[in-house]
Design a binder for this molecule. Structure first.
Ligand code: NIG
Length: 385
């Protein structure tokens, strides 16, 4: 087996308190040796290996872990976005527009487009990505979306409970029965997780609970969309059910924060969504100071957040959600790993995956200091995780 060393790293972010200094476990003048995709040694510059990649004194951070995307879809909703920028509020109803286009798209086209989006994310430093279904909204197309997603990642999420489709409007409970029965049976072989959109206009707490409990019975892990468009029962339900993550969390009461802080559920913020929907940004400082474990993800989808850029999300989280730069970097790496219950990514130490981002910058501060600039010089790590 060939060993490779990433050498001459000016500043290495390990995310390991034992390995380095400060809140990111940073090491100056470092090198990382890896073999077969796994780190075998981290140390000072100059470690030996069969092959060498020269980082040229740049900063290296762990590959980004994007724990929330809806990457399999057809069409775009640029017109809806434009009207939002002119003042029209976001209500999630556009999910049905994308469902119609996704149902009509061939599997080849969906696969090709998803491949392009995954590659775009990888170029921007993402090495682990979660992908949800949720634009099929029938048995055949939900299973089809997940089969496509499975070609790119092991982190696949069944989200038949994204919105009640056109043909079930007025019969939401019948649709929930379908999701919990035939649709789940068809989707589960392709999925690791189950998710539901617990929000006014989508699914209420009882419907969301029924979906997640049915998923658990089938062996799927639980996650939930909650508290995106207003205060609601999502966060409390996610904590009650022991979800790995509750995502959005734009509106949280003090008791939501207390419940999260006392739980193992990660609060995953999606700041590009608040940007693209002109929602208020949540104050992450409030949650972090209360002891809540937080992650940041892109939520890449054609409606509420059409970006694959974790760097953009990091910059927003610092500028508008009151995170420190270090907290935002951690939330986008080891935070995402915890939101996916992964203990092999998100840190750079022996035994972890050698998923690394070489920045075209001397320090990670530049990810926020130079927003919108493509600062990822090279992404190292396997394509399918
Ligand atoms: O997380 N909130 C629900 N789902 C997506 C939006 C999908 C869409 O608008 O197409 C979200 O924001």
């Amino acid at each position: 087996m060939t060993t490779t060393v990433l050498d001459n790293i000016g500043l290495l972010v390990t995310n390991s308190d034992e390995m380095g200094a400060g809140p990111l476990g940073a090491i100056e003048d470092a090198s990382v040796v890896y073999e077969d995709g796994l780190i075998v040694e981290v140390g000072s510059s100059g470690l030996a290996a069969d092959e060498m990649i020269d980082a040229g004194g740049a900063c290296v951070v762990p590959g980004f872990v994007d724990s929330h995307t809806h990457l399999v879809f057809a069409g775009d909703r640029a017109a809806e976005f434009t009207s939002r920028m002119a003042g029209r509020p976001y209500d999630g109803g556009g999910i049905r527009v994308t469902a119609e286009e996704t149902r009509a798209a061939s599997t080849e086209k969906l696969t090709e487009d998803t491949a392009l989006r995954v590659e775009e994310a990888r170029r921007a430093g993402t090495t682990t990505i979660e992908i949800k279904s949720g634009y099929g909204l029938n048995v055949h197309d939900e299973a089809r979306m997940l089969a496509v997603a499975n070609r790119f990642t092991t982190e696949t999420t069944f989200m038949g409970a994204h919105l009640v489709p056109e043909e079930y409007i007025g019969r939401a409970d019948d649709y929930v029965d379908l999701v919990c029965g035939e649709m789940l049976a068809a989707a589960a072989p392709h999925a690791r997780w189950i998710d539901a959109f617990c929000e006014t206009g989508a699914f209420d707490a009882d419907q969301s609970r029924a979906v997640l409990e049915a998923g658990r019975e089938c062996g799927l892990g639980l996650r939930l969309h909650g508290n995106q468009l207003g205060h609601g029962p999502g966060v409390a339900l996610a904590v009650e059910l022991g979800c790995a993550s509750v995502d959005h969390c734009t509106y949280m009461t003090d008791s939501d924060i207390e419940a999260l802080a006392a739980s193992d559920t990660v609060a995953t913020y999606l700041p590009a969504t608040d940007f693209s929907t002109r929602q208020p940004y949540p104050n992450a400082r409030r949650a972090i100071d209360a002891g809540v474990d937080v992650a940041i993800a892109t939520n890449c989808n054609p409606g509420s957040s059409y970006t694959t850029s974790m760097s953009f999300c990091i910059a927003l989280a610092v500028r508008d959600m009151m995170m420190t730069i270090e907290e935002a970097i951690r939330a986008a790496t080891s935070g995402g790993a915890r939101a996916l219950r992964r203990d092999d990514v998100g840190r750079l130490e022996t035994g972890y995956r050698a998923d690394m981002v070489v920045l075209d910058a001397p320090s990670y501060h530049h990810l926020v200091y130079r927003p919108g600039v493509p600062l990822v010089a090279r992404t190292i790590g396997s394509a399918r995780r």
